[in-house]
Design a protein. Structure first.
Lengths: 298, 257
């Protein structure tokens, strides 16, 4: 394997990590399932490409514009659907994702269904890593604040959160908008990595894939989502030598995790130094217990 | 001084009248009891006060302001909070996190403050932590700080729910069957706890309960509901002597022929 190929996988992992991170806030921490995040990625991708290609904007600024555009679309749809109960919201996002794709299919300005070639290749491993680090820090800081706790409270018990004064609708809107913004930026980076955009790239299957990554990594864990994104982006590539069977193996791997570890890889825990230390000290304790069996309990 | 007043409140679900023309006045700093057989509409009244249901007719006034059109979170903002008959904790969070979450109301830093960790964030977050610690101390939950809420014993879950409600610094606390499932000993402890927090937090308490010793021993005033209507209101002695109440609870006196 040459470096160019590995670098490609890393960049793609990084891009999906970003989108999954956003979805993690919505699904893992706020408890709302979305099957339309590919739609937000599409909005981000096309708007970012429009900014760099047609308006000659610098890449980073264009990414921000793309992210904000996705967030605005999400606010619009959130206004209408966030009062819906869980499952209905999920269906609404599914519809939204498909609607965005079909609209893009018909917008000739963006090349329609034929696609949009010639987008400058500006996504590098360097800026992917920097953006991901910033995104993870922002997300971690957001989660570990009173706002983050409010998201989790809503996931845990909606009525009780209202009773302690949390404006559930507002916090869901914030969660949706932040998560759409992450997806939008990820879309923008994807566009400038591939250099080509086509609405077909943002089908429902893509949204489902993002959701699978979040669940695979473990709901309510930032490090879990990151791990899920990296493993599930890299896995199909590692399995390339299996040719036709690789997607079967991919599916089996996901099912295997669902059965053996339904709470996901990280199961709501975070990969922090403190937790790692605790984990090892617990293993140490167990080992000690085993050796001291039969001894005095004094 | 009257802190909460329900004026001619009616709540209908389709054709069913869950609460009909109820008038209730709650004195500030008192403990007010709400009793009645199952299905009498007691919890519905709590749901009306806290904005979970909207009244069909009538008015609810809290500190001279009508509150019947407010959302539940706004009701919490003006200082009314409650516990639930079937405990509604944030089950997967620890006891401490449950309380800390509810303390959010006492901080004002924005999302941006949180993301870039401004001094304001640090200061207020510390304040919230202190407040949560203090509440755990008062409610004697300190040694269970890091236990996941759903793993707590039943009695402590109820206690934690009250602690979470107190984190809002409420003016009025609604307790929905706080002693349900408790043995007599725990019930007496709970009674003392309710008295103590009322003193300490300057609260007005409204309590729904089926344990008569708790209600009779604790409440300054009691209202009796039956089939959504108010049957009687008064002090413990008055209620105990009221023939209508006895009839609702024990059935009609047999007529001797």
């Amino acid at each position: 394997m040459d470096w160019f190929y590995i670098q490609g996988i890393l960049i793609l992992s990084g891009i999906y990590l970003l989108a999954v991170l956003g979805l993690s806030l919505l699904t893992g921490f706020t408890g709302l399932f979305s099957f339309g995040h590919a739609g937000f990625m599409a909005v981000g991708a096309y708007i970012t490409a429009m900014m760099t290609v047609n308006f000659k904007m610098p890449f980073i600024l264009a990414l921000l514009v793309g992210g904000v555009a996705a967030a605005l679309i999400s606010l619009l749809i959130g206004r209408l659907t966030l009062n819906l109960k869980g499952d209905y919201f999920c269906i609404a996002t599914l519809g939204l994702g498909e609607a965005i794709r079909l609209i893009l299919d018909n917008v000739q300005y963006f090349g329609g269904a034929r696609g949009w070639p010639g987008i400058p290749l500006k996504t590098t491993l360097g800026n992917v890593i920097v953006i991901n680090i910033i995104a993870i820090i922002v997300m971690a800081n957001l989660i570990r604040s009173r706002h983050g706790r409010n998201f989790i409270a809503i996931r845990e018990e909606e009525m009780a959160s209202q009773i302690i004064g949390i404006n559930v609708f507002r916090y869901r809107m914030i969660s949706l908008a932040v998560s759409a913004m992450y997806a939008g930026v990820a879309g923008g980076m994807l566009a400038h990595y591939l250099g080509f955009l086509q609405p077909k790239m943002f089908q429902m299957a893509k949204s489902t894939e993002l959701t699978i990554m979040v669940i695979f990594g473990g709901l309510g864990s930032i490090s879990g989502s990151a791990l899920g994104a990296i493993v599930l982006t890299a896995l199909p590539e590692l399995l390339r030598s299996f040719a036709k069977w690789r997607l079967v193996v991919y599916g089996l791997a996901v099912i295997f995790i669902m059965i053996t570890r339904p709470q996901g890889l990280m199961g709501g825990y975070e990969l922090t130094f403190k937790n790692i230390k605790n984990f090892f000290s617990r293993i140490g304790l167990k080992a000690n217990e085993k050796t001291s069996i039969g001894g005095d309990q004094s | 001084m009257i802190i909460l007043e329900m004026r001619n409140v009616t709540k209908q679900f389709g054709g069913l009248t869950a609460v009909g023309n109820v008038d209730i006045q709650v004195e500030k700093d008192s403990i007010f009891g709400l009793i009645g057989p199952n299905g009498a509409g007691k919890t519905t009244i709590f749901n009306l006060i806290t904005g979970i249901y909207k009244v069909t007719e009538g008015e609810i006034i809290f500190q001279d302001h009508p509150i019947d059109q407010l959302q539940p979170y706004q009701i919490a903002d003006i200082g009314i909070t409650r516990t639930f008959q079937n405990i509604r904790l944030f089950k997967k969070l620890t006891a401490y996190e449950n309380i800390l979450t509810a303390c959010h109301y006492n901080a004002s830093y924005s999302i941006l403050d949180a993301v870039v960790r401004t001094p304001k964030y640090k200061k207020e977050e510390k304040k919230l932590g202190d407040q949560a610690d203090k509440l755990m101390e008062i409610m004697e939950l300190k040694d269970r700080k890091d236990i996941i809420a759903s793993n707590l014993p039943y009695g402590l879950q109820r206690r934690l729910e009250i602690a979470r409600a107190l984190a809002l610094n409420p003016k009025m606390l609604l307790l929905d069957e706080p002693a349900a499932g408790m043995n007599p000993d725990e019930t007496i402890k709970l009674m003392e706890l309710i008295r103590q927090i009322r003193e300490q937090f300057n609260l007005t308490v409204v309590v729904i309960e089926h344990h008569m010793d708790l209600i009779m021993g604790l409440c300054d005033k009691i209202a009796v509901l039956n089939f959504g209507r108010k049957l009687a209101e008064g002090t413990a002695q008055e209620i105990q002597a009221n023939p209508k109440v006895i009839e609702a609870y024990l059935g009609e006196e047999e007529v001797n022929c």
